[in-house]
Ligand binder design. Sequence first.
Ligand code: S3P
Length: 173
Amino acid sequence: MRIALVGFMGCGKTSIGGILASRLALPFVDLDGEIEASSGTTIAEIFSRQGESGFRAIEERCLAALAGRQGPFVLACGGGVVLSPANRAVLRKDFAAIWIDVPFSELKKRLAGEREQRPLLESDDYEDRAKKLFLARKQLYETTAQFTVRWEQGESPEASALKIIEMLENARH
Ligand code: S3P
């Protein structure tokens, strides 16, 4: 099975994805990591040199390449992956896509301490910008993902990963 985790910045895709992959004994792939490896530079550099549209083009290419990769793996996507209709189609067709649904009140707290490395949150009014992005994307996560895992107050990444495994097992029976 190929699992893709989607959701807003700060929802825990990378940490949950790593745990999920090790529990399922599958390779773990981070889409932002692939983008950086394939372009030989950082996400922040890509945004500053090529703008968001340049970044989105590379993101789309990397996701398409991963969709063609053989065998199962767990993929953690960047928060904006669902903006592209092509990416949404790939996620629906080639992956079991899981939305990690974390309320904005919690994301806001997490993002306050995790802004560096996230070019979209660079400005001082980052909270308003994040809220707007969140509201605009929520429906895209919901309609792209085959499954939704709702984060509960105090839930650790480990607990979220276990919830996902249980949900996938239930879906198979
Ligand atoms: C983005 C999220 C980031 C990264 C890039 C753009 C977004 O990934 O792909 O900065 O548009 O939400 P994370 O969701 O892992 O922070």
